[in-house]
Design a protein around this ligand. Structure first.
Ligand code: PMP
Length: 431
């Protein structure tokens, strides 16, 4: 079903529409829901897929005979580095496996740039007058708060379906040596589901930058998290950068937070061998070695890179119906009204919902009143500020399928009500 555009309704029709939506909203509120679409967490059913981990590892030695219970092996277990090297199309020497959080590795990397400088840095970032990062928007809130916490200035560019607005990126980096980095979630981005094209990856790798230590933070958190048969293949940014004469420009990150256990997975950093050595040198001040017992149980659980891919298919079986339910609820209520657009991601954890400008905060507040928790409006922007107040990130992974249906029907009602209120107010209608 497609509805008529709200803008085309007569005043009487708009008044009737608004009364309908108000009625639907009153019923929604009376239902006393308690549902949460706020964060991209795996559901208990997804976590159960990895419960074999609780019986692993079955030995205390890795392939080389090293006792995993002891100190050492800062770079991670060789066999796990091999699995991730294959998955990320790089070599094991360019991969290190750490603890449970890739975000920690990103923070450590930035701290090292700030306090020590990178391989190609003329000086420590802390000694720069100004450090700026390019932040494609909408993007991942924790990327923004991480650099914001160090006083790094965030410069936004638009995120498009095939990657960041490259004309804007290229002009920012060309003349301004204070532009030191860019956040990129290359595959099934948080929150739009965009996939960075080969062409844009090649431009990022090759573009001239005023800062010799300009760094691409290539956060491939959703590299293997397909929702359809149309499986995106991540661009090989490390090879592209090396081939363009900038071997240290890109640092890639990934983790099994949404593969095995979100709180007890393993995280990965991949980069040039020189960057790996740089990172390990600084890491050796903080750790004598990672949790190799956890690494070994992951090796035994996956077996091979193909084991990871097979495991992801089981996640897809659980997740795909939830994403379909989001689309169905939004389509039912909103298609054709001209008051909302949303993504139909082919992977990842989020649906990006853009509502009428100026109504996103109202939608989130209405939903909250009705017991439906949504990520705060503006969360996907630096400092939590969406200049158009229109963007809402939906995270349907955690609730059960029925709950996603119920919650999303409610969200659609809130979107329609907020839009009706705004259009009516613009026309000066008293409803
Ligand atoms: N990067 C992105 C883009 C994410 O969406 C998330 C989780 N929401 C993370 C990183 C966090 O990764 P980790 O659990 O490995 O710290």
């Amino acid at each position: 079903t497609t509805h008529a555009p709200l803008a085309d309704l007569t005043d009487d029709e708009l008044t009737a529409f608004l009364q309908d939506q108000q009625g639907a909203y009153d019923r929604l509120r009376a239902a006393g829901l308690k549902l949460d679409l706020t964060r991209g967490k795996p559901s208990p059913e997804q976590l159960d897929l990895s419960d074999a981990l609780l019986e692993l590892p079955t030995t205390t030695k890795d392939r080389a005979g090293t006792d995993v219970r002891n100190y050492g092996g800062l770079e991670g277990l060789p066999e796990l580095r091999e699995i991730f090297a294959e998955l990320l199309s790089t070599s094991p020497a360019q991969v290190i496996v750490g603890g449970n959080s890739s975000l920690s590795m990103m923070q450590a990397t930035i701290v090292n740039f700030l306090l020590h400088g990178g391989i190609d840095s003329p000086r420590r970032w802390a000694d720069e007058e100004n450090v700026r990062f390019i932040c494609p928007i909408p993007g991942y809130d924790r990327h923004f708060s991480l650099v914001g916490s160090f006083g790094i200035e965030m410069v936004t560019v638009d995120m498009r379906p095939d990657g960041p607005d490259m004309a804007a990126v290229e002009s920012l980096v060309r003349d301004d040596p204070s532009v030191k980095g860019i956040w990129i979630v290359p595959t099934y981005s948080n929150p739009t589901g965009a996939v960075v094209s080969q062409e844009i990856a090649a431009r990022l790798a090759a573009m001239p930058t005023a800062a010799p230590d300009f760094t691409i933070f290539w956060d491939n958190a959703y590299a293997f998290h397909h929702l359809t048969d149309d499986e995106a293949k991540s661009a090989d940014i490390l090879s592209l950068a090396a081939a363009s004469g900038h071997p240290n420009r890109a640092i890639a990150f990934a983790s099994t937070s949404k593969i095995t256990y979100a709180g007890s997975g393993v995280a990965v950093l991949a980069a040039s061998e020189a960057t790996i050595a740089w990172y390990l040198k600084h890491l050796s001040m903080a750790s004598i070695g990672p949790d190799k017992v956890n690494q070994l149980r992951h090796v035994q659980f996956f077996g091979t890179a193909q084991g990871v891919r097979d495991h992801m298919a089981r996640h897809r079986d659980i997740l795909a119906p939830k994403f379909a339910a989001v689309d169905a609820a939004l389509t039912d209520e909103l298609a054709g009204r001209g008051i909302a657009e949303w993504s139909r991601p082919t992977g990842g954890y989020f649906v990006n919902l853009d509502v009428l400008d100026g109504t996103a905060s109202r939608v989130v507040a209405l939903a909250k009143e009705a017991g439906i928790g949504l990520t705060p409006a503006g969360a996907s922007f630096p400092h939590g500020h969406d200049p158009r107040d229109r963007n809402i990130r939906l995270a349907p992974s955690f609730p059960e399928l029925d709950e996603v249906r119920t919650a999303m029907a409610g969200v659609a009602t809130c979107v329609a009500l907020a839009a009706g209120e705004q259009v009516a107010a613009r026309r000066g209608l008293r409803v």
